[in-house]
Design a protein around this ligand. Structure first.
Ligand code: SF4
Length: 628
């Protein structure tokens, strides 16, 4: 590693070994940065290189990697982000599953960049609770005995007060992470979360409570005037898309959510049903009119799409924890059959205070509700909880018990895949996860390529780094036209053209997690604009082809990581329910076609350069320069 970096990076990685309290700094060079970009790319590289085969996700051999990207902390809208990754504790094996990729917004990523580092690798396990303090090129490991057991708000307050700076940004866990709830998230502040894949449980398994960061020097960019020009263009055009305008007005889950059942995109009662007229009581338009007290945003982003809610009856909800995003409204609301907005907002607050992923918390509860109603779980199993769809009392009780691993909560805390193993008796028919990750709250039965993404993506049923089918119009094809995609294809179709479109769009989304930028306004950014941003920040003259190649390298590296952790092509499978129709609503005629999805999976392997079992071919690894 010798080439120097002209912009976008500090060129330094912080490595912290908690077993022997060693803090080290490693240098990055330009060629490495160009091959993996940052964020999810860096995470994948280090996990593949350093985590041993068949590692215990909750053991000291797992590593927790935080990575910014070249765009993090610049003037580009939505650049206040970073990625977090590890081997995921979720899955069918007690050792956990494959790779966990999770993005977070807020201010932590930009602050890390200003602190002098591009990424942090945490390894080993501390013998006692600790937290890490990173500031202006230095790092230390501090005692966290007095913080253990506290919720996220108390922890953040205590850390800021003992370090004497209210502007410190804190990545942290609450009791959910400490108790190694397998789907614990990693909070950044009190309402920005690296939610997916159980990265909070990995932090808890290392006896680590938090990473506090503060810095004062952003790395230089290669072409500052050009970057200003692009930033101005993005700001001037920001609200031209009606989705961005709605985001600004109401945040995610706005009034459009009310129409999601009409098109079959809202999960209802564990993905069983289609209609949910009560959605009119829980969407973000109603939040705006009733319990909302403000809007907040991430570093340098004028969209400010983050709701803040507050109320005192019938529960007290603290505005410090923000408010529910769409994924929480669906996972803890419609998918549990719950239409009580205040109960959903309270559950969201508890998840943020305890560090639980709202999607997986709702996912395992809705699965347990269905099992209870079908007699697969009894009152004796649940400790007397009438766990029925629509019971917000039961849902709230479960959230509390999961975080503390009390009673039945201890079983739910193991996640949906482990609950299936415990219950047996055909319960897998109703388990809505892929590779242990509970499904993101959009409907594959109406978007076949999105379903393919749930199947083959290395981190499972994730909705972010995926592709939402929208190539049924010329407008929808706009971002991919420079790659020669000129023919439209229906959203519920899955054919070789659709698979190629999926591969392309999935790569485009991956770029946001490598650079790192917000997905929520991705409609403004085609490959060309992304190339322009990369050039302005780093000085590299990249192309669409290079982005696709970087994407192939990262997806293939993640695939290799999963294979070494024991996953196979058999893990690229959708929950059975997606092949069946919903009980009512627009998807009540048919589910996905299993033969077509199987052909699509095989064709995806082919165009990725993987063999029939989904194992990357040696020639492909050589071509992409993956040599470990
Ligand atoms: S659009 Fe919303 S989530 Fe994305 S960066 Fe802006 S404020 Fe954050």
């Amino acid at each position: 590693m010798s080439e120097s970096i002209s912009g976008g990076y500090n060129g330094k990685i912080l490595r912290i070994n908690l077993s022997n309290n060693v803090v080290g700094i490693e240098k990055l060079d330009s060629k490495f940065c160009r091959k993996y970009l940052g964020g999810t790319g860096f995470i994948t590289y280090f996990l593949l290189k350093e985590v041993p085969e068949e590692a215990d996700a909750l053991g000291p051999e797992n590593k927790l990697v935080f990575a910014s990207g070249p765009v993090t902390g610049t003037s580009i809208i939505g650049s206040g982000r970073h990625s977090v990754g590890a081997k995921s504790p979720l899955g069918e094996s007690p050792l956990g599953g494959g790779i966990a990729w999770s993005g977070a917004g807020g201010y932590w990523g930009a602050e890390l960049k200003r602190s002098g580092f591009d990424a942090v690798i945490v390894e080993g396990k501390s013998s006692k609770p600790v937290y890490i303090w990173i500031h202006d090129g230095e790092a230390s490991i501090l005692d966290a005995g007095h913080l253990w057991g506290k919720n996220t708000k108390e922890t953040q307050q205590d850390i800021r007060s003992e370090l004497g700076d209210e502007k410190i940004q804190v990545a942290l866990i609450g009791p959910g992470g400490e108790n190694k709830v397998r789907f614990a998230c990693l909070m950044h502040g009190l309402h920005d979360t690296a939610g997916r894949g159980g990265v909070g449980a990995v932090m808890g398994s290392k006896n680590m409570k938090a990473i506090a960061v503060r810095g004062h020097n952003a790395p230089k960019v290669a072409k500052p005037e050009r970057l200003k020009e692009i930033s101005r263009f993005l700001r001037d055009n920001l609200y031209k898309d009606f989705l961005t305008a709605e985001l600004h007005d109401t945040g995610t889950g706005g009034p459009l959510m009310e129409h999601m059942p009409d098109i079959g995109d809202l999960p209802v009662r564990n993905w069983r049903d289609g209609l949910f007229p009560e959605v009119s009581k829980i969407h973000a338009g109603v939040i705006k009119e009733t319990i909302r007290v403000g809007m907040e945003g991430c570093f340098g982003c004028p969209v400010r799409c983050k709701k803040v809610v507050k109320f005192d009856e019938p529960y007290v909800v603290d505005p410090a924890y923000g408010g529910p995003e769409y994924e929480a409204l669906a996972a803890l609301g419609s998918n549990c059959g719950i239409d009580d907005l205040r109960a959903i907002a309270k559950a969201n607050e508890l998840c943020n205070a305890y560090s639980l992923d709202v999607i997986s918390t709702g996912g395992v509860i809705s699965f347990a509700m269905e099992c209870f109603e079908r007699g697969l779980l009894s009152l004796k199993d649940t400790g007397g909880i009438e766990l029925r769809f629509g019971s917000h009392e039961a849902m709230l009780k479960c959230v509390e018990m999961i975080a503390r691993r009390q009673g039945f909560g201890n079983i739910l805390a193991e996640g949906t895949a482990q609950l299936v193993k415990r219950l047996g008796r055909g319960s897998e028919e109703y388990a809505m996860h892929v590779k242990g990750l509970d499904a993101g709250q959009h409907e594959p039965r109406r978007m076949a390529a999105f379903g393919l993404g749930f199947m083959v993506n290395p981190h499972g049923a994730d909705h972010c780094c995926n592709a939402m089918d929208s190539w049924d119009t010329d407008m929808g094809l706009k971002a991919v036209q420079p790659l020669g995609f000129l023919d439209t294809v229906a959203n519920n179709e899955i054919n070789p053209l659709k698979v190629a479109l999926f591969k392309t769009e999935n790569t485009r989304q991956l770029m946001f997690d490598c650079l790192v930028m917000c997905h929520l306004y991705s409609m403004l950014l085609d490959f060309k604009t992304v190339s322009d941003i990369i050039e302005a920040v780093t000085g590299w003259d990249t192309s669409v082809a290079e982005q696709i190649r970087v994407g192939e390298r990262i997806f293939t590296s993640a695939r290799l990581f999963n294979i070494r952790q024991g996953l196979t092509a058999k893990d690229d499978k959708l929950p059975k329910r997606y092949f069946q129709p919903t009980t009512d609503g627009p998807l009540s005629k048919a589910g996905l076609d299993p033969d077509k999805m199987e052909k699509a999976r095989k064709y995806y392997y082919t165009i990725m350069g993987w063999d029939k079992e989904g194992i990357p071919l040696p020639e492909k690894l050589e071509e992409l320069g993956i040599d470990f």
